[in-house]
Write a protein that binds this ligand. Structure first.
Ligand code: BG6
Length: 487
């Protein structure tokens, strides 16, 4: 059990999808498992004119659904519900903030967190209205959900506007992938062990593959998704953050700025895309009707809220390279997609082959060593080695050393949002993006956005339930490589 100082968490978008599906269930779990919760106050804020009871009823239905029957406990729920409140508020109406201030002022806690689970177009206006209403104290924090902007210019504008009210150390730009247990484990693997570091460079690594594949489609978020696309939704943030953790130099401490300085260096070392690169080093796709786990699913253009002529990509594969001594010449292949064959998030580090084939052709198929760090659906670490097949002759075959975290550690794993919310409340910035990181990520992505905008062709079609368009395999094939699922 952990304890926490008293806090007020003011949740903008309090009755929205993210709050209901992720944030309130995460807070329920933390409340249930925390010794002293006397000082907890969670105030949902939203446009809907709900009473406190109606809000609590909606939150209860959603928590029951998303934490699962096994974890939902009536007594724990009632204790949690006692810390919930709701204030109807139009984020654009300065007058409404007085009502929020009255509720907060009833029993203000030292730590005040404003969580903006809203469209990014509201971030600046909410910050300004909070400032004008006198709600921002020196100990206040603001959490900004992604996507933060649509491009570099809009991200810079939002950051400047929010920055006029909150200091950088008060701003928590969230990327929930950084809160995932295996991402933390990747940091532990790299910097808590001496074993891999000597191998972790161009001298031993042939290529790195990072895949974030989902079987879900746009899940009723058609409007949002069609204006966003996979590059902004997944690559600019989640995939690049994972790449940073794989490729960064060891920081001198886990001090937030020490970690973030190293991640920034990686982002700045990314080889920029020229217009020609956009054609040869990126692939964008869009799913057509197909089947997932044997169930037919519609194509993207037939999903609710999607215009029939949409050119929004639901799949991206690209080849990144880093202009630095450690990684020069090592391709980092990144891929993400909706409606893919499996739900899978993994980092694959393919090592170079042995320099001389000692066992020759009798040895069977040789597969270079490979480290697979699996984030989803199960969390595991596999090291693929060559070993001798028992028997007379010297035949080799690949075997895997497998560390399955579910087997190794019993008990429920924290959801990423549980960890990140607790970090915000405790004032730990390490797992949140700094403004310059975000700018660098947008700066690198922008030529791809521009190149695709200029290119009038449609994204490459792929059948739902596959690993994406064939051009994704060709992207690696040209370098003599294959995605792990193809090999
Ligand atoms: C979100 C994206 O950031 O991440 C969603 O907006 C995506 O489109 C989700 O489905 C994936 O997260 P997870 O944790 O389910 O892999």
């Amino acid at each position: 059990m952990i304890s926490l100082d008293a806090f007020d968490l003011i949740l903008f978008g309090g009755s929205g999808d993210l709050a209901m599906r992720k944030l309130l269930p995460a807070l329920y779990f933390r409340h249930r498992d925390t010794a002293d919760t006397a000082g907890w106050r969670i105030i949902g804020v939203g446009l809907e004119d709900l009473s406190r009871d109606a809000y609590i009823a909606a939150a209860q239905a959603s928590c029951r659904k998303f934490v699962g029957a096994k974890n939902f406990d009536d007594a724990a729920w009632h204790a949690f519900a006692a810390s919930l409140d709701y204030v109807p508020l139009n984020a654009r109406s300065p007058a409404d903030y007085g009502r929020l201030r009255d509720v907060v002022d009833r029993a203000p806690a030292a730590t005040r967190v404003f969580y903006l689970a809203t469209a990014p177009s509201l971030f600046a206006c909410i910050s300004e209205n909070l400032g004008a209403a006198g709600l921002v104290t020196p100990d206040s924090r603001v959490v900004l959900e992604k996507p933060l902007g649509r491009d570099l210019a809009s991200a810079e504008r939002i950051n400047a506007e929010v920055g006029a009210i909150f200091d950088e150390h008060q701003i928590y730009r969230i990327d929930h992938y950084l809160g995932k247990e295996t991402v933390q484990n990747l940091i532990a693997l790299r910097f808590g062990n001496a074993l891999f570091e000597p191998l972790w460079s161009r001298a031993s690594v042939r290529d790195v593959q990072i895949t974030l594949a989902e079987t879900v489609g746009v899940e009723g978020r058609g409007d949002f998704y069609d204006g966003t696309g996979a590059l902004r939704d997944m690559v600019q943030n989640h995939l690049l953050q994972l790449l940073c953790i794989v490729a960064m130099e060891p920081p001198s401490s886990i001090d937030p700025d020490a970690m973030r300085d190293e991640k920034l260096k990686v982002l700045r070392a990314l080889r920029p895309f020229t217009p020609a690169d956009v054609a040869t080093r990126t692939v964008r796709g869009q799913y057509r009707a197909g089947a997932i786990n044997g169930q037919p699913v519609p194509g993207y253009l037939d999903e609710a809220g999607i215009p029939a002529n949409s050119r929004t990509e639901t799949f991206v594969a690209l080849k990144a390279e880093l202009n630095n001594w450690r990684w020069a010449g090592v391709p980092f292949y990144l891929r993400t997609g909706k409606r893919m064959q499996e739900r899978l998030a993994e980092v694959v580090v393919n090592f170079r082959d042995v320099p001389h084939a000692l066992f020759g052709s009798i040895a069977g198929d040789r597969v270079p060593n490979r480290l697979v760090i699996r984030l989803q659906p199960d969390e595991s670490l596999q090291l693929h080695l060559m070993a001798k097949v028992p028997g007379d002759d010297m035949r080799l075959r690949p075997v895997a050393l497998n560390l399955d975290f579910a087997d190794t550690y019993s008990g429920r794993q924290w959801d990423a949002y549980e960890r990140l919310l607790m970090d915000v409340i405790r004032g730990k910035l390490t797992l949140f993006m700094r403004r310059d990181e975000l700018d660098a990520a947008w700066r690198w992505i922008e030529p791809v956005l521009d190149g695709w905008e200029r290119d009038t062709s449609s994204p490459r079609p792929y059948t739902a339930g596959t690993w994406g368009p064939s051009a994704s395999s060709s992207l690696l094939g040209r370098d003599g490589h294959e995605w792990r699922q193809d090999s």
